[in-house]
Design a protein around this ligand. Structure first.
Ligand code: PSV
Ligand code: MN
Length: 429
């Protein structure tokens, strides 16, 4: 396997940090044992944890006002995969990449798969894109895609999704994520009911092309780019559509796609209870779909989401939603943000495993709100960093991914290898 960062450097950095880690790990192990928990089991769960990297996340992102490119940005899917492999090499929590088509369309899918494998990477859910027009596209998506009034635009959008499935099959993916920007800017512009019916008809046609072992994930979003109404605006519409379409069609929750103050963990519980929670796009937000780094604004919410996921996992052994990051890195080095964010999601998961479930259930049944919330906080407030560090070390990653990454000078090397392209459009603008 090719590693982008010299493994001797990773080893040297780890050797220097190992004594402190051993000390902290032992202390945490003792603390957890007092709670009746085995640190080794938690470390094993941390090692198994995985969240996919969005290919579009390794380029510097931007807003609708501007984008300020970083040094040595990836210029194509090959560069993007190399950056993703750095994230995986050091964090050991991101073994797969989620591609966006046509942004990442490879010349030769078989070659791309082999290249990814040589870097130790696989492919997660495929994303279709019918929210932009492509050069040479016959019918515009200006007024919608899967729900468009124009039948030819709808058929073109269905066709595109089927092509994405075909490509994903060659790459070893097992899911298609469908997010559309369809909606309206004016009251009266579109008929809500007819639009939703057309969306259902189109997604059913895509579902017919879905392989038996694939899932189709419907991603909802309250607004943007449409600012008055959106066809799949909330988890209710997403659930209704997923239920109509078929068993392997499920809802995908992007944490940034809700109204402010919405109780997202409760949405997660509801979808899971009825077998329709298919996956996540993790990120964080303060005002809207800010696409900020996971856990950077509201880490408690992230923990509460994982608290629901752990509850569901205990109820249903086959529960296995797709986990993906979906962030826009406008002011940081995307590699650093993605490594750090993956660890934040992993941290929320481990803390959720630490919750005294029996105690919590007892306090809930006996109407003891103070002790119920204190039980959650007892897990959330625990510093589980040594578990994450040990998991990375044992899996061959870096105890301190950020420090090791900076010591490697990878970004500076990219700056030399990848001269800035004028008007480069990697990232989300
Ligand atoms: C839309 O805001 C979204 O969350 C969807 O997942 C898109 O595929 C992604 O961002 C990139 O635009
Ligand atoms: Mn998303």
């Amino acid at each position: 396997m090719t590693t982008m960062i010299d493994s001797q450097l990773v080893k040297d950095q780890n050797d220097a940090a190992k004594a402190a880690l051993d000390y902290d790990y032992d202390a945490l192990g003792t603390q957890l044992a007092r709670r009746g928990l085995d640190i080794e089991q938690l470390t094993a769960r941390a090692q198994q944890f995985a969240v996919a990297i969005p290919s579009w996340g390794v380029g510097t992102g931007g807003t609708r006002f501007a984008r300020f490119p970083g040094i040595g940005e990836p210029r194509n899917i090959i560069d993007k995969l190399e950056d993703c492999s750095v994230i995986q090499q050091l964090s050991q929590a991101t073994p797969t990449v989620s591609l966006h088509i046509p942004w990442d369309t490879p010349k030769d899918p078989t070659e791309l798969k082999q290249f990814a494998e040589s870097l130790g990477l696989g492919f997660d859910a495929m994303n279709s894109n019918t929210f932009q027009d492509q050069v040479d596209q016959a019918h515009t998506y200006k007024y919608g895609s899967l729900s468009a009034a124009n039948q030819a635009a709808r058929e073109q959008a269905v066709e595109h999704n089927i092509e994405v499935i075909e490509l994903g099959k060659k790459l070893g993916s097992k899911a298609l994520t469908v997010w559309v920007g369809d909606g309206s800017n004016f009251p009266g512009q579109q008929d809500f009911t007819r639009g939703f019916s057309r969306y259902l008809e189109s997604t059913k046609a895509i579902y017919e092309a879905l392989p038996e072992d694939w899932n189709m994930l419907l991603e909802h979003k309250i607004f943007e780019p449409a600012f008055y109404s959106t066809v799949i605006q909330d988890w209710g519409s997403s659930y209704l559509a997923a239920k109509e379409i078929g068993e392997r069609c499920k809802s995908l929750v992007d944490l940034g796609h809700h109204a402010p103050n919405v109780n997202i963990e409760m949405i997660v519980a509801r979808l899971a209870q009825f077998g329709k929670l298919g996956g996540f796009h993790f990120n964080d937000s303060k005002y809207g779909d800010d696409d900020l780094d996971s856990g950077s604004i509201n880490p408690y919410q992230l923990f509460l989401v994982f608290n629901e996921l752990v509850e569901e996992e205990l109820r249903n052994e086959s529960f296995a939603p797709f986990y993906m990051l979906d962030q826009s890195h406008n002011v940081t080095d995307p590699i650093e943000s993605l490594m750090y964010s993956a660890a934040e999601v992993q941290r929320a998961f481990i803390k959720a495993l630490v919750v005294d479930r029996c105690g919590l259930h007892g306090f809930q049944e006996n109407n003891d709100p103070m002790m119920a919330q204190a039980t959650l906080k007892a897990a959330y407030n625990l510093e589980v960093e040594p578990i994450l560090q040990m998991a990375r070390l044992r899996s061959g990653g870096a105890i301190n991914p950020l420090a090791t990454y900076r010591a490697s000078c990878y970004r500076q090397q990219c700056g030399e290898k990848r001269p800035a392209v004028k008007g480069a459009s990697s990232g989300i603008v």
